[in-house]
Ligand binder design. Structure first.
Ligand SMILES: Cc1ncc(COP(=O)(O)O)c(C=O)c1O
Length: 404
Protein backbone atom coordinates (compact mmCIF):
# COMPACT_ATOMS: atom_id res chain seq x y z
CA UNK A 1 0.00 0.00 0.00
CA UNK A 2 1.21 3.52 -0.76
CA UNK A 3 1.12 6.11 2.00
CA UNK A 4 1.55 9.78 1.19
CA UNK A 5 4.78 11.31 2.53
CA UNK A 6 6.13 8.16 4.21
CA UNK A 7 6.28 5.48 1.52
CA UNK A 8 9.48 6.88 0.03
CA UNK A 9 11.17 7.56 3.35
CA UNK A 10 14.46 5.66 3.65
CA UNK A 11 14.66 3.30 6.63
CA UNK A 12 15.83 5.13 9.74
CA UNK A 13 19.46 3.93 9.87
CA UNK A 14 19.65 4.35 13.64
CA UNK A 15 17.10 1.54 13.91
CA UNK A 16 19.58 -0.88 12.32
CA UNK A 17 22.17 -0.29 15.07
CA UNK A 18 19.52 -0.16 17.77
CA UNK A 19 18.14 -3.55 16.70
CA UNK A 20 21.66 -5.03 16.74
CA UNK A 21 22.15 -3.63 20.24
CA UNK A 22 18.84 -5.08 21.45
CA UNK A 23 19.65 -8.50 19.95
CA UNK A 24 23.12 -8.51 21.54
CA UNK A 25 21.68 -7.54 24.93
CA UNK A 26 19.11 -10.33 24.62
CA UNK A 27 22.07 -12.69 24.17
CA UNK A 28 23.48 -11.41 27.44
CA UNK A 29 26.11 -9.08 25.94
CA UNK A 30 26.74 -5.87 27.86
CA UNK A 31 26.62 -3.26 25.09
CA UNK A 32 27.64 0.27 26.07
CA UNK A 33 25.11 2.50 24.35
CA UNK A 34 26.56 5.75 23.06
CA UNK A 35 24.17 5.80 20.11
CA UNK A 36 20.84 7.54 20.59
CA UNK A 37 21.07 11.07 22.13
CA UNK A 38 18.64 10.22 24.93
CA UNK A 39 19.72 11.99 28.15
CA UNK A 40 20.29 9.65 31.13
CA UNK A 41 20.62 12.28 33.88
CA UNK A 42 17.53 12.38 36.14
CA UNK A 43 15.26 15.41 35.81
CA UNK A 44 15.49 17.96 38.67
CA UNK A 45 13.75 16.93 41.93
CA UNK A 46 11.77 20.16 41.99
CA UNK A 47 10.24 19.32 38.59
CA UNK A 48 9.16 15.88 39.79
CA UNK A 49 7.77 17.21 43.08
CA UNK A 50 5.76 19.98 41.40
CA UNK A 51 4.47 17.57 38.76
CA UNK A 52 3.16 15.19 41.44
CA UNK A 53 1.60 18.01 43.43
CA UNK A 54 -0.05 19.59 40.37
CA UNK A 55 -1.23 16.22 39.04
CA UNK A 56 -3.19 15.69 42.29
CA UNK A 57 -5.32 18.73 41.54
CA UNK A 58 -8.23 17.76 39.24
CA UNK A 59 -8.37 21.33 37.91
CA UNK A 60 -5.14 20.49 36.08
CA UNK A 61 -6.62 17.44 34.36
CA UNK A 62 -8.52 19.38 31.70
CA UNK A 63 -7.21 20.58 28.36
CA UNK A 64 -4.56 23.23 28.83
CA UNK A 65 -3.41 26.08 26.58
CA UNK A 66 -1.52 25.14 23.43
CA UNK A 67 0.77 28.17 23.53
CA UNK A 68 1.57 27.62 27.23
CA UNK A 69 0.32 29.10 30.51
CA UNK A 70 1.10 32.83 30.89
CA UNK A 71 3.38 32.16 33.89
CA UNK A 72 5.37 29.60 31.87
CA UNK A 73 5.92 32.08 29.05
CA UNK A 74 6.92 34.73 31.63
CA UNK A 75 9.43 32.28 33.12
CA UNK A 76 10.97 31.73 29.67
CA UNK A 77 11.20 35.50 29.11
CA UNK A 78 12.97 35.77 32.49
CA UNK A 79 15.42 33.03 31.54
CA UNK A 80 16.25 34.68 28.19
CA UNK A 81 16.90 37.97 30.00
CA UNK A 82 19.12 36.29 32.64
CA UNK A 83 21.07 34.05 30.29
CA UNK A 84 21.35 36.05 27.07
CA UNK A 85 20.15 39.55 27.95
CA UNK A 86 17.40 39.19 25.33
CA UNK A 87 14.04 40.93 25.92
CA UNK A 88 11.02 38.93 24.78
CA UNK A 89 7.32 39.74 25.03
CA UNK A 90 5.76 36.65 26.65
CA UNK A 91 2.42 37.45 25.03
CA UNK A 92 3.62 37.71 21.43
CA UNK A 93 7.13 36.32 21.09
CA UNK A 94 7.01 33.02 23.01
CA UNK A 95 4.98 29.87 22.53
CA UNK A 96 5.19 26.46 24.15
CA UNK A 97 5.81 23.42 21.89
CA UNK A 98 5.64 19.68 22.55
CA UNK A 99 9.44 19.40 22.44
CA UNK A 100 11.64 21.14 19.90
CA UNK A 101 11.02 18.36 17.40
CA UNK A 102 7.26 18.92 17.29
CA UNK A 103 7.76 22.69 17.28
CA UNK A 104 10.20 22.48 14.39
CA UNK A 105 8.05 20.14 12.29
CA UNK A 106 4.91 22.24 12.56
CA UNK A 107 6.89 25.44 12.09
CA UNK A 108 7.94 24.09 8.69
CA UNK A 109 4.24 23.66 7.81
CA UNK A 110 3.72 27.30 8.63
CA UNK A 111 6.75 28.63 6.76
CA UNK A 112 6.92 26.42 3.69
CA UNK A 113 4.69 25.18 0.90
CA UNK A 114 5.05 23.10 -2.24
CA UNK A 115 7.71 24.65 -4.48
CA UNK A 116 9.42 26.53 -1.64
CA UNK A 117 13.01 25.84 -0.65
CA UNK A 118 14.71 25.59 2.75
CA UNK A 119 18.47 25.64 3.15
CA UNK A 120 19.68 23.00 5.60
CA UNK A 121 23.24 22.06 6.62
CA UNK A 122 24.73 18.67 5.74
CA UNK A 123 25.01 16.68 7.93
CA UNK A 124 21.98 17.59 10.04
CA UNK A 125 19.72 16.33 12.81
CA UNK A 126 17.28 14.28 10.66
CA UNK A 127 14.12 16.32 11.32
CA UNK A 128 15.90 19.42 9.98
CA UNK A 129 16.00 17.61 6.65
CA UNK A 130 12.63 15.84 6.81
CA UNK A 131 10.59 18.67 8.40
CA UNK A 132 10.76 20.84 5.24
CA UNK A 133 10.16 17.76 3.06
CA UNK A 134 7.06 16.76 5.06
CA UNK A 135 5.77 20.30 4.49
CA UNK A 136 6.00 19.60 0.74
CA UNK A 137 9.01 21.89 0.19
CA UNK A 138 12.44 21.13 -1.27
CA UNK A 139 15.75 21.42 0.53
CA UNK A 140 19.14 22.67 -0.58
CA UNK A 141 21.98 21.40 1.60
CA UNK A 142 25.15 23.31 2.49
CA UNK A 143 28.16 21.52 3.98
CA UNK A 144 28.78 21.90 7.71
CA UNK A 145 32.48 21.12 8.22
CA UNK A 146 33.61 19.53 11.44
CA UNK A 147 35.77 21.79 13.57
CA UNK A 148 39.21 20.69 14.70
CA UNK A 149 39.68 23.52 17.19
CA UNK A 150 36.98 26.22 17.30
CA UNK A 151 39.10 28.26 19.75
CA UNK A 152 41.77 28.80 17.10
CA UNK A 153 40.79 32.10 15.40
CA UNK A 154 42.31 31.11 12.06
CA UNK A 155 40.53 27.77 11.94
CA UNK A 156 37.27 29.38 13.00
CA UNK A 157 37.60 32.06 10.30
CA UNK A 158 38.10 29.30 7.72
CA UNK A 159 35.03 27.44 9.04
CA UNK A 160 32.92 30.63 8.78
CA UNK A 161 34.17 31.49 5.30
CA UNK A 162 33.44 27.97 4.05
CA UNK A 163 29.96 28.05 5.54
CA UNK A 164 28.98 31.50 4.31
CA UNK A 165 30.54 30.79 0.90
CA UNK A 166 28.36 27.71 0.44
CA UNK A 167 25.34 29.48 1.89
CA UNK A 168 25.69 32.42 -0.50
CA UNK A 169 26.01 30.01 -3.37
CA UNK A 170 22.94 28.03 -2.32
CA UNK A 171 20.83 31.17 -1.89
CA UNK A 172 21.97 33.43 -4.71
CA UNK A 173 22.86 31.21 -7.64
CA UNK A 174 19.75 29.07 -7.97
CA UNK A 175 16.03 29.63 -8.32
CA UNK A 176 13.66 29.68 -6.57
CA UNK A 177 15.18 31.77 -3.81
CA UNK A 178 15.01 29.94 -0.47
CA UNK A 179 12.49 31.19 2.10
CA UNK A 180 14.00 29.54 5.15
CA UNK A 181 17.44 28.83 6.58
CA UNK A 182 17.73 26.15 9.28
CA UNK A 183 20.73 26.26 11.62
CA UNK A 184 21.56 24.77 15.00
CA UNK A 185 24.58 25.53 17.21
CA UNK A 186 26.05 23.76 19.15
CA UNK A 187 25.51 21.44 16.24
CA UNK A 188 24.20 17.90 16.27
CA UNK A 189 25.97 15.74 15.06
CA UNK A 190 29.27 17.58 14.42
CA UNK A 191 29.51 19.50 17.72
CA UNK A 192 30.38 22.68 15.76
CA UNK A 193 29.98 25.89 17.76
CA UNK A 194 29.90 29.54 16.77
CA UNK A 195 30.23 33.00 18.31
CA UNK A 196 27.94 36.02 18.36
CA UNK A 197 29.53 37.70 15.28
CA UNK A 198 28.71 34.52 13.34
CA UNK A 199 25.08 34.79 14.50
CA UNK A 200 25.07 38.47 13.50
CA UNK A 201 26.27 37.50 10.03
CA UNK A 202 23.45 34.95 9.75
CA UNK A 203 20.88 37.55 10.73
CA UNK A 204 22.28 40.16 8.31
CA UNK A 205 22.37 37.55 5.55
CA UNK A 206 18.73 36.60 6.06
CA UNK A 207 17.48 40.17 6.47
CA UNK A 208 19.10 41.13 3.20
CA UNK A 209 17.37 38.27 1.40
CA UNK A 210 14.06 38.44 3.28
CA UNK A 211 14.54 34.91 4.55
CA UNK A 212 13.48 33.48 7.91
CA UNK A 213 16.27 31.89 9.93
CA UNK A 214 15.23 29.12 12.30
CA UNK A 215 17.80 28.42 15.00
CA UNK A 216 17.32 25.13 16.83
CA UNK A 217 18.99 25.93 20.17
CA UNK A 218 18.54 22.46 21.69
CA UNK A 219 22.07 22.62 23.18
CA UNK A 220 21.72 26.18 24.49
CA UNK A 221 23.04 25.16 27.91
CA UNK A 222 25.73 22.70 26.84
CA UNK A 223 28.93 24.70 26.34
CA UNK A 224 32.33 23.51 27.64
CA UNK A 225 35.60 25.10 28.80
CA UNK A 226 33.82 28.33 29.76
CA UNK A 227 32.17 28.72 26.35
CA UNK A 228 28.56 29.95 26.48
CA UNK A 229 26.58 29.25 23.28
CA UNK A 230 25.08 32.51 21.94
CA UNK A 231 21.38 32.88 21.20
CA UNK A 232 20.68 34.11 17.67
CA UNK A 233 18.31 36.63 19.26
CA UNK A 234 21.30 38.49 20.73
CA UNK A 235 22.16 39.64 17.21
CA UNK A 236 21.01 43.13 16.23
CA UNK A 237 17.85 43.04 14.13
CA UNK A 238 17.24 39.35 14.91
CA UNK A 239 13.61 39.90 15.82
CA UNK A 240 12.94 40.95 12.22
CA UNK A 241 13.87 37.59 10.74
CA UNK A 242 14.81 35.00 13.36
CA UNK A 243 13.10 32.47 15.57
CA UNK A 244 14.74 30.07 18.00
CA UNK A 245 13.73 26.79 19.60
CA UNK A 246 14.75 26.39 23.25
CA UNK A 247 14.13 22.98 24.81
CA UNK A 248 14.11 21.71 28.40
CA UNK A 249 15.30 18.30 27.12
CA UNK A 250 19.05 18.76 27.42
CA UNK A 251 19.86 21.60 29.83
CA UNK A 252 17.24 20.56 32.39
CA UNK A 253 17.45 16.88 31.40
CA UNK A 254 13.69 16.68 30.90
CA UNK A 255 13.57 14.72 27.63
CA UNK A 256 10.40 12.73 28.27
CA UNK A 257 8.45 15.76 29.47
CA UNK A 258 8.25 17.19 25.93
CA UNK A 259 8.56 20.83 26.85
CA UNK A 260 10.17 23.37 24.52
CA UNK A 261 9.49 26.87 23.21
CA UNK A 262 9.56 28.79 19.97
CA UNK A 263 10.70 32.36 20.62
CA UNK A 264 11.53 35.40 18.52
CA UNK A 265 9.88 37.10 15.53
CA UNK A 266 6.28 37.95 16.45
CA UNK A 267 4.63 37.09 13.12
CA UNK A 268 6.32 33.69 12.91
CA UNK A 269 5.60 32.80 16.54
CA UNK A 270 1.97 33.88 16.17
CA UNK A 271 1.61 31.90 12.95
CA UNK A 272 2.71 28.75 14.79
CA UNK A 273 0.36 29.62 17.68
CA UNK A 274 -2.51 29.77 15.21
CA UNK A 275 -1.66 26.44 13.56
CA UNK A 276 -1.17 24.72 16.90
CA UNK A 277 -4.48 26.05 18.22
CA UNK A 278 -6.06 23.82 15.57
CA UNK A 279 -3.76 20.86 16.22
CA UNK A 280 -3.35 20.39 19.96
CA UNK A 281 -4.56 21.41 23.42
CA UNK A 282 -1.12 21.97 24.88
CA UNK A 283 1.06 19.80 27.05
CA UNK A 284 -0.39 18.33 30.25
CA UNK A 285 -0.92 21.27 32.59
CA UNK A 286 0.98 19.75 35.57
CA UNK A 287 4.03 19.54 33.28
CA UNK A 288 3.65 23.21 32.37
CA UNK A 289 3.38 24.11 36.07
CA UNK A 290 6.41 21.98 36.96
CA UNK A 291 8.39 23.50 34.06
CA UNK A 292 7.53 27.03 35.23
CA UNK A 293 8.76 26.41 38.76
CA UNK A 294 11.87 24.61 37.51
CA UNK A 295 12.90 27.47 35.19
CA UNK A 296 12.26 30.04 37.92
CA UNK A 297 13.66 28.20 40.93
CA UNK A 298 16.23 25.74 39.58
CA UNK A 299 18.06 27.98 37.14
CA UNK A 300 21.39 26.47 38.25
CA UNK A 301 20.51 22.98 37.00
CA UNK A 302 21.74 23.42 33.39
CA UNK A 303 25.25 24.31 34.65
CA UNK A 304 25.35 21.10 36.73
CA UNK A 305 24.09 19.01 33.82
CA UNK A 306 26.61 20.63 31.50
CA UNK A 307 29.50 19.85 33.89
CA UNK A 308 28.56 16.16 33.76
CA UNK A 309 28.67 16.13 29.94
CA UNK A 310 31.95 18.04 30.01
CA UNK A 311 33.69 15.41 32.19
CA UNK A 312 32.30 12.63 30.01
CA UNK A 313 33.63 14.40 26.92
CA UNK A 314 37.06 14.67 28.56
CA UNK A 315 37.14 10.97 29.45
CA UNK A 316 36.00 9.92 25.99
CA UNK A 317 38.25 12.22 23.96
CA UNK A 318 41.40 11.50 25.96
CA UNK A 319 40.66 7.74 25.91
CA UNK A 320 40.15 7.76 22.14
CA UNK A 321 43.37 9.74 21.71
CA UNK A 322 45.26 7.10 23.70
CA UNK A 323 44.18 4.39 21.27
CA UNK A 324 45.20 6.56 18.34
CA UNK A 325 41.68 7.59 17.31
CA UNK A 326 42.22 11.31 17.29
CA UNK A 327 38.87 13.10 17.38
CA UNK A 328 38.20 16.84 17.76
CA UNK A 329 37.18 17.88 21.27
CA UNK A 330 33.84 19.70 20.87
CA UNK A 331 33.20 22.96 22.75
CA UNK A 332 29.50 22.15 23.07
CA UNK A 333 26.60 19.71 22.42
CA UNK A 334 26.55 16.21 23.92
CA UNK A 335 28.29 14.51 21.00
CA UNK A 336 31.72 13.60 19.73
CA UNK A 337 31.89 13.38 15.95
CA UNK A 338 34.56 10.95 14.86
CA UNK A 339 35.96 10.24 11.42
CA UNK A 340 36.00 6.49 10.81
CA UNK A 341 39.64 5.38 11.12
CA UNK A 342 41.50 4.62 7.90
CA UNK A 343 41.94 1.01 9.00
CA UNK A 344 38.21 0.59 8.38
CA UNK A 345 38.04 2.49 5.10
CA UNK A 346 36.39 -0.43 3.29
CA UNK A 347 33.30 -0.02 5.51
CA UNK A 348 30.58 2.59 5.25
CA UNK A 349 29.30 4.12 8.49
CA UNK A 350 26.45 1.62 8.99
CA UNK A 351 28.83 -1.31 8.44
CA UNK A 352 31.39 0.22 10.76
CA UNK A 353 28.85 0.85 13.55
CA UNK A 354 27.35 -2.64 13.10
CA UNK A 355 30.87 -4.06 13.40
CA UNK A 356 31.50 -2.09 16.60
CA UNK A 357 28.32 -3.48 18.19
CA UNK A 358 29.18 -7.08 17.37
CA UNK A 359 32.97 -6.95 17.97
CA UNK A 360 33.42 -4.25 20.62
CA UNK A 361 29.98 -4.13 22.24
CA UNK A 362 29.75 -0.39 21.77
CA UNK A 363 26.79 1.26 19.99
CA UNK A 364 27.36 4.51 18.07
CA UNK A 365 25.23 6.35 15.51
CA UNK A 366 26.30 5.93 11.89
CA UNK A 367 27.10 9.27 10.26
CA UNK A 368 24.97 8.52 7.21
CA UNK A 369 21.86 8.75 9.43
CA UNK A 370 22.44 12.52 9.41
CA UNK A 371 22.30 12.73 5.61
CA UNK A 372 24.93 12.26 2.93
CA UNK A 373 27.29 14.78 4.57
CA UNK A 374 27.64 12.34 7.47
CA UNK A 375 29.04 9.35 5.57
CA UNK A 376 32.55 8.45 6.75
CA UNK A 377 31.78 9.44 10.36
CA UNK A 378 30.30 7.96 13.53
CA UNK A 379 28.72 9.88 16.40
CA UNK A 380 29.33 9.17 20.09
CA UNK A 381 26.54 10.46 22.39
CA UNK A 382 27.64 11.22 25.96
CA UNK A 383 24.67 9.45 27.50
CA UNK A 384 26.34 6.87 29.70
CA UNK A 385 28.36 7.68 32.84
CA UNK A 386 32.15 7.91 33.03
CA UNK A 387 32.59 4.30 34.21
CA UNK A 388 30.57 3.05 31.25
CA UNK A 389 32.53 5.29 28.87
CA UNK A 390 35.73 3.79 30.36
CA UNK A 391 34.23 0.36 29.71
CA UNK A 392 33.54 1.31 26.08
CA UNK A 393 37.14 2.53 25.74
CA UNK A 394 38.48 -0.77 27.15
CA UNK A 395 36.34 -2.69 24.67
CA UNK A 396 37.56 -0.54 21.77
CA UNK A 397 41.18 -0.89 22.92
CA UNK A 398 40.90 -4.68 23.03
CA UNK A 399 38.85 -5.34 19.94
CA UNK A 400 39.38 -2.59 17.39
CA UNK A 401 41.98 -2.90 14.68
CA UNK A 402 45.05 -0.89 15.79
CA UNK A 403 44.33 2.65 14.59
CA UNK A 404 47.75 4.27 15.18
C1 LIG B 1 19.31 19.56 17.24
C2 LIG B 1 18.23 18.93 18.05
N1 LIG B 1 17.01 19.48 18.05
C3 LIG B 1 16.00 18.95 18.76
C4 LIG B 1 16.19 17.80 19.50
C5 LIG B 1 15.01 17.22 20.23
O1 LIG B 1 14.61 18.11 21.21
P1 LIG B 1 13.21 17.88 21.95
O2 LIG B 1 13.42 16.76 22.92
O3 LIG B 1 12.94 19.19 22.60
O4 LIG B 1 12.20 17.53 20.90
C6 LIG B 1 17.42 17.17 19.52
C7 LIG B 1 17.60 15.95 20.29
O5 LIG B 1 18.49 15.16 20.09
C8 LIG B 1 18.46 17.75 18.76
O6 LIG B 1 19.67 17.19 18.73
Amino acid sequence: MEFRRITNLPPYVFTIINNLKIAARQDGVDVVDLGFGNPDIPSPDIAVEKLVEAARNPRNHRYSISRGLPKLREAVAGMYKRNWNVDLDPELQITNTIGAKEGFSHLMWVLLDKGDVAVVPAPSYPIHIYGPLFAGADIRQVPMRSQQNPDDPEQFAKFSEDFFGSLTNACDSENPKPRVLVVSFPHNPTGATVDLPFMQRLVDFCREREMIVVHDFAYADIGFDGYQPPSILQAEGALECAVELYSMTKGFSMAGWRCAFLVGNTSVVQALVKLKSYLDYGIFQPIQIAATVTIDEASGVPKEVCAIYESRRDVLCSGLKKIGWDVPKPRGSMFVWARIPEQYSEMNSVEFCSHLVSECHVALSPGSGFGPGGEGFARFALIENEQRIQQALRNLTLHMRPVH
